[in-house]
Design a protein around this ligand. Structure first.
Ligand SMILES: [Mg+2]
Length: 269
């Protein structure tokens, strides 16, 4: 695992284990961090999250929409407390849990006119950019969730191995993001998940989510921990680094599970 993008096991371990220092809040990405892309987290990961929210505030910050979290994550949680927060659609929305119900705390939607413009630009790219045109695709490629438009180049129905194998290092999507940035100024365009590009309003991203969470809890970002798989340049987790939040890069759910276990020990008292 990396700490703030560097190999620094010692510092990471100091932060989360040996009872030295438990973060004041922990934030987890969903796809390829808590769960395999588009899948539900394992029962072990869900159980650990459930336990951790009884000790410190815990958030899921993801490119996924609320309905997917509601379907794939929440039913397996034994009990949800007001210590559990959701930031779907790349933090363009926040849900808090109060009196046994989810409340939409804020919602930075993109106007219908702007969404048409974005969708049009994406359709143009699908015709004109070779790397997109030549990609295998299965089913819907553009998903409009009002606060975010997700562009899944290989399509939502693509088999897992195609989703994972099409652009494992993000190089194709970095090139696409560069071309899209020329057509769509005024938006945040970031690589997320295994084969997706997420588009949100300018400066609405996981960094704004971390700032909101920090303000809401009255806890400095420096005292919080962010765990994600896409902390590399251009990745949808990397934007959080500028907030000062402590970060741990993971290779996938098994490594996240280890971190959850260490956090449960570090935050036990
Ligand atoms: Mg991810």
């Amino acid at each position: 695992m990396n700490f703030e993008g560097k190999n620094n096991h010692e510092h990471t371990d100091t932060f989360i284990s040996n009872g030295v220092r438990c973060p004041k809040a922990a934030i987890f990405d969903l796809d390829d961090t808590l769960a395999e892309s588009f899948q539900a987290p394992s029962p072990e990961v869900t159980a650990a999250l459930n336990q951790l929210q009884n000790r410190i505030p815990v958030a899921i910050m993801t490119g996924a929409g609320f309905p997917r979290i509601e379907r794939q994550v929440l039913p397996a949680m034994e009990s949800i407390t007001s210590n559990f927060y959701l930031f779907p659609n790349s933090s363009s929305q926040c849900y808090t849990f109060k009196e046994s119900e989810w409340h939409l705390e804020y919602n930075h939607i993109i106007s219908p006119e702007e969404r048409s413009k974005i969708t049009e630009a994406l359709h143009e790219c699908m015709q004109s950019i070779d790397v997109i045109r030549d990609a295998p695709h299965f089913g819907q490629q553009i998903v409009d969730r009002e606060a975010q438009i997700a562009f899944t180049i290989v399509g939502l129905e693509a088999p897992q191995e195609i989703k994972k194998g099409w652009d494992p290092d993000g190089a194709k999507r970095r090139a696409i993001v560069e071309m899209l940035s020329g057509k769509l100024s005024g938006y945040d365009i970031l690589i997320g998940g295994a084969s997706t590009i997420d588009i949100t309003r300018k400066d609405i991203n996981k960094a704004s989510g971390v700032h909101w969470f920090s303000g809401h809890l009255g806890v400095a970002p420096q005292d919080m921990l962010y765990v994600g798989d896409a902390l590399y340049p251009g990745g949808n987790d990397a934007v959080v680094i500028q907030t000062g939040v402590k970060t741990i890069q993971v290779s996938g759910p098994p490594e996240t599970k280890k971190i959850l276990d260490e956090l449960l020990i570090a935050c036990a008292s």
